[in-house]
Design a protein around this ligand. Sequence first.
Ligand code: PMP
Length: 435
Amino acid sequence: MIKFIFDEDLPVISHGHGVFVYDTNGRAYLDACSGAAAVNLGHGDPQVLKAMSDQAERITFANRGAFHNEPSERLADRLSALTGYPYVFLCNSGSEAVETALRLTLQYWQECGQPQRSHFLSHAVSYHGATLGGLSLSGHPQRRRVAKALLHGFNELIPPYAYRFAQGRDDVAFSSSLLDDASRTLDAYGAGAAGVVVEPVGGAAGGAITPPDGYLPGLAALCRERDVPLIADEIMCGIGRTGTMLASEHWSIRPDMVVVGKGLGAGYAPVSAVLISRNIIDTIAAGTASVTGGHTYGCNPLGSAVALAALDAIESRGLVDAAAERGSQLRAGLEDLRQRHDVIGEVRGLGLLQGLELVSDRETRNPGDPIGSLTHTLIASARDQGLLLYPVTGGINDAVLVAPPLVTSAEEIDLLLRRLDAALTAMRRTSRCRT
Ligand code: PMP
């Protein structure tokens, strides 16, 4: 038995169908967090399974150093056509893709004759991956802890997290104070600043942190003025989840690189990608070294075929628009639950990436005591009601993500909300906290 940090009593999964998964005792759960915000098409999608088995029968692996392969070439072209980024680097996990974006940025600066630019900046509440570069960017105390001897402290920017950092300022004033801070920090690093990495809508740290409207365009402008690349980590919020193909589109920003994963393979295969702008790639291409540092399974035909089928499904079924529409329904329902359950301090997010901030007291906005206890109680209570939520723990707050698959029907959203209501009610009965 593999020992994880998670709950010892986790059920054992048996199978899945649509937005439901089943354990080996036959219990059904509505998967309101798409596994880990990845299973955007639900389980058992026939179109994806067919593409997967067709590709598996042909070939599953090709050594990138020896062959191009058609599915990966087509996937790169498809992602370029969908997003307008001319170059695509394919990896497997989100963390690998974040590392790749960091490495490409360092290579870009070396080709620009400024190799001293090696310091990245990211938000103090953020998650960018479990590898050392990703963790160096991450504002997530628990996940940083064991690796801290090898980490950089890139996570310096004040997060665009109004509920805990605005201190009563409205969105405009908060946004401008964040930009003042970012501008000062960038200037402090001066010619050492390599890049800024942001989650347009946050995920695993904080829980669906959604910046005030002026912030990301302002940050993009600060980066442009200083010629510092802006990298959007859209591993959780990209590929349609927030109601636009890329979450950056909500603010009409065009980062120099965008990292996508999770929903790209929709949970059917590990596949991720770095989308790279012309400026970065042309500088690298004109330089002294080729792009290095791929991974054994990067560009594997099976993962690429799955991602192509997932993108086909998203486009042909209009799932980006569906995420916006179902997202509005979900948001309205969550706001309604907030009216009736004091434990919900705030509802935030975009499309089908919604977060509930949990508090022990609405006035003081205190999280659980200890921090994490409210999250764990709600996760367990929801599981008892046949509902899976994504826990946000290990940081400064208590929160859960509600991020169901993009294929969730209106009736299934209603069912999700009813089960969540029941879970919140049961939590009030069983815990001492005032909910
Ligand atoms: N960045 C973000 C924004 C993420 O949400 C995650 C995963 N939760 C990662 C990076 C790391 O991705 P992976 O777990 O696939 O390595």
